[in-house]
Design a protein around this ligand. Structure first.
Ligand SMILES: Cc1cc2nc3c(=O)[nH]c(=O)nc-3n(C[C@H](O)[C@H](O)[C@H](O)COP(=O)(O)OP(=O)(O)OC[C@H]3O[C@@H](n4cnc5c(N)ncnc54)[C@H](O)[C@@H]3O)c2cc1C
Length: 461
């Protein structure tokens, strides 16, 4: 601990975002950075608590007080090494992690938690720009092959860890680019894709083979993979969206959120999309159904596409603007979240159930919604009751963002189920990331990737 009273003298200082009127005209990252001196001062605020709840709440077990101390002491390389010891890809989590650590920081009891996530991003960018992050070639090869199917953060973690242990790794990816939702899902304004590509380039130099545009179960059979490899890891993600099967669902102009977001990421990446396939918010009233984080990404994307008006609705009631009594420190609080996208100009509404899509000439023009009340039954469980307050919300583009229910590689997974009796092959199959846990977070995918890499390595030994 560098300065034992720094937390009494120095306030939390966030780098903040670029001005709204500037950032909504491009897809560049919204978050700014502090100066090196300010960043070190922010690190000095860490109290090096006897029980570091930040460390406890981080799914990766990041050694947070220790690298704050190194950062404060201007030891950036050592800080990066310690951060990277538990976190394979801090350049991703440093940008987009919801930071359980900050919520459980003891300074959060005064609403002044340490800027842990921003410090993580700053250490990592400093490390990249000063040449501390270089490809590390495996020291030896053990002569065994592992196939990783899916190149999201879980698959990349498994591939990276096992490659360093000397296994020959091939990553199969059905899309044209590597990164899973990091690359084709999370908008560029939260995570610039050069950051993903920078990491992928390192992994390639380290010897990992990537096969893109190859869908396992379609372009190559799972039987062939099982025959050729000593172990396989399925890191397929879980992106089958929840649908909203109400009247008018067939109308043109109703899309799943991820289709909209993926297309925009591809456009930012330089891909030309046919006008007939283009999902555009330009000049339209956009209604986003679903009040979560993916919906918030649709808000920011619609605003950048110059929508006329953006509305986001949620069936649940509005969360409290204060920490709820049910989840209080050091747990992650259940409270209203306002993202940088929301700040850019969107109407947010709660307790609204969508009843039907209204069309004109085959295209959606509005959605009928009804207000609902959330009551409790005799056992204390919530029950939803429709009121008689109906409303029509104009919408020429509707984005369905109501969560994800399962992996989308049904054929591949079904094949595996039917092969279950082939015991010696099934022993070779491992699963990592969202395909196991359901739609979750990058930090959980990295954690799962580490655990599964260890299991595969133990198995192959
Ligand atoms: C819009 C959006 C925004 C998000 N924002 C955040 C955020 O800000 N912070 C955060 O922490 N988390 C965020 N998440 C969640 C996070 O992106 C995921 O939890 C994480 O990417 C899961 O990693 P994964 O490796 O398990 O799966 P994925 O990232 O989904 O990767 C799975 C990969 O497997 C490939 N694949 C699937 N089937 C096959 C097959 N048969 N053959 C070959 N390849 C296949 C897919 O194409 C995909 O590339 C967001 C999610 C979405 C949808």
């Amino acid at each position: 601990m560098g300065d034992i009273v720094a937390f009494l003298k120095i306030n939390r200082k966030e780098a903040g975002c670029r001005p709204i009127l500037e950032r909504i005209n491009d897809f560049g990252e919204v978050e700014q950075t502090l100066s090196v001196e300010d960043r070190m001062m922010q690190a000095s605020r860490c109290m090096d608590c006897g029980v570091p709840f930040c460390h406890w709440s981080c799914p990766l077990g990041n050694l947070i007080p220790e690298w704050q101390d190194l950062l404060y002491k201007n030891k950036w390389q050592e800080a990066y090494n310690l951060l990277n010891f538990t976190n394979n890809f801090p350049e991703f989590t440093g940008r987009i992690c919801p930071s359980f650590c900050e919520k459980s920081c003891i300074l959060n009891l005064e609403n002044q938690p340490l800027t842990i996530r921003e410090n993580e991003a700053a250490i990592t960018e400093y490390a990249f720009s000063n040449g501390y992050v270089v490809p590390k070639l495996p020291l030896y090869h053990v002569g065994k092959k592992v196939a990783v199917i899916g190149s999201g953060p879980a698959g990349l973690t498994v591939a990276s860890v096992l490659n360093q242990k000397g296994y020959s790794i091939t990553v199969y990816e059905k899309d044209e680019c590597i990164g899973g939702l990091l690359r084709l899902g999370i908008p560029d304004f939260k995570l610039n894709k050069e950051i993903v590509e920078r990491r992928v380039s390192i992994l390639k130099i380290e010897g990992i083979k990537f096969e893109t545009n190859v869908e396992v179960g379609k372009d190559i059979t799972i039987e062939k993979i099982l025959f050729e490899y000593d172990a396989i890891c399925l890191a397929l993600g879980a992106v089958t969206p929840r649908d909203l099967l109400i009247d008018g669902r067939e109308l043109v102009g109703i899309h799943f959120a991820l289709d909209f977001l993926k297309q925009q990421n591809r456009i930012v990446g330089g891909k030309i999309i046919n006008s007939s396939d283009r999902i555009s918010a330009n000049g339209k009233n956009v209604l986003i159904i679903g009040g979560g984080d993916t919906g918030s990404d649709c808000v920011g994307t619609s605003i950048r596409q110059k929508a006329k008006k953006v509305t986001q609705i949620e069936i649940l009631s509005m969360p409290s603007e204060n920490i709820s009594i049910e989840t209080y420190w050091p747990a992650y609080p259940n409270m209203l979240k306002t993202s940088s996208s929301h700040e850019e100009g969107c109407e947010r509404r709660w307790s609204l159930k969508s009843k039907k899509f209204i069309g004109d000439g085959g295209r959606v023009v509005a959605v009928e919604v009804v207000e609902v009340e959330w009551l409790k039954d005799e056992f204390g469980s919530f029950i939803m009751k429709e009121t008689n307050k109906k409303e029509i919300i104009p919408a020429e583009l509707v984005l369905l963002s109501m969560g994800f229910i399962q992996p989308d590689s049904k054929k591949l997974l079904n094949n595996l189920v039917t092969m279950r009796n082939v015991k010696e092959n099934m022993y070779k199959v491992f699963y990592a990331g969202d395909v196991v846990n359901g739609s979750s977070l990058v930090v959980h995918a990295i954690n799962s990737g580490n655990e599964v890499a260890k299991s595969i390595s133990d198995f192959l030994k």
